[in-house]
Design a protein around this ligand. Structure first.
Ligand SMILES: O=C(O)[C@H](O)[C@@H](O)[C@H](O)[C@H](O)COP(=O)(O)O
Length: 307
């Protein structure tokens, strides 16, 4: 099988490497040509294309073009351009973290030109290249069937770690919920380890507990494995700023919960904890402190110091 990979960043580049190692030929395209050239120089089964049109030309119909471009404008522009180069029967896969509602639109847009659209939620991060990716795939059975050789190589095992979860939209919907769960699990660990670390009287080593919980405990998990690794080296995390980014999936999950009336207090609280960490102005907390002072005469800290 031969496919084109658009976007050779952390995810796309590593996926191209895993595909090539698994016997799939990859035509790579990246906004900066040098990245594609470097990857092609590294691997026999990867070649570089200078333009999207060139990448498409290097394939034989019915073609498969897999996009790992950032969700939003970059993906939007690529899909518009692909409609000009592809033919009916070709397949476009979007493996980015896109909003499933946009993927539904993309499915319709490409469908109008007879092009099959597959939305693939991809989990595994930087470890995926070695360990394999978990792939949550939405699309027609026929299109997903044609993509199967690539899915079998990308997944941790040929028959495990990938599945068609439903029609177009279902892949990114499932990945959105997956990330909501990810937020909740991460937040639960963060709160638990904060409690452990703060109990000065017991001087518990968080790294030791993370390692301990990996064995036989009901909360063992891959996130815990990762934590045990870094806490074992530096449990204080003094060099890490207390600021946690969020890329959208958590927000979409909470919006979905509200729209469908599904109670999701844990996922919502986890998202808000991230917002709190991003709040460098601290206006909320300053207002609270001031209000408390106004009604009760309670002390406030000024300029960061206790009064
Ligand atoms: O399953 C995965 O591999 C992750 O969910 C990944 O897809 C996610 O995009 C980033 O880890 C950051 O996501 P946030 O910026 O929303 O935390």
């Amino acid at each position: 099988m031969r496919l084109a990979m658009l976007g050779l960043g952390r995810m796309g580049g590593n996926m191209a490497r895993r595909l090539a190692a698994g016997g799939i030929e990859v035509v790579g395209w990246n906004r900066s040509r040098e990245t594609a050239d470097a990857l092609a120089a590294e691997w026999d089964r990867i070649s570089a294309a200078g333009t999207m049109a060139e990448a498409v030309e290097a394939l034989t119909p019915p073609r498969v073009v897999w996009s790992m471009l950032p969700a939003g404008e970059a993906t939007e522009a690529a899909l518009m351009e692909l409609t000009r180069h592809l033919e009916p029967g070709d397949i476009v896969v979007d493996g980015g973290n896109a909003d499933y509602r946009e993927s539904l639109d993309h499915g319709r847009l490409l469908g109008d030109s007879g092009i099959e659209f597959i939305d693939a939620g991809v989990s595994g991060g930087v470890w995926g290249r070695e360990e394999g990716y978990c792939l949550m795939v939405g699309g027609t059975e026929a299109a997903v069937g044609r993509l199967e050789p690539a899915l079998r190589v990308l997944a941790p095992a040929p028959d495990r770690g990938w599945a068609r979860v439903g029609p177009v939209g279902a892949g990114h919907f499932t990945k959105m919920v997956h990330n909501g769960v990810e937020y909740g699990m991460m937040q639960a660990f963060a709160e638990g380890f904060d409690l452990l670390e703060r109990k000065e009287a017991f001087a518990i080593d968080p790294g030791q507990v993370a390692e301990l919980w990996r064995h036989g405990s009901v909360v063992r998990s891959w996130l815990l494995d990762l934590m045990a690794d870094f806490l074992g080296e530096d449990a204080r995390l003094d060099d890490i700023a207390p600021w946690v980014a969020d890329s959208g999936e958590g927000r979409w999950t909470v919006r979905e919960a509200v729209d469908s009336g599904v109670p999701a207090p844990v996922l919502t609280a986890a998202l808000y904890a991230r917002f709190q960490s991003q709040d460098e102005r601290g206006y909320q907390a300053r207002l609270l402190a001031r209000l408390r002072q106004a009604f009760g005469g309670h002390a406030v800290r000024q300029g960061g110091e206790a009064e």
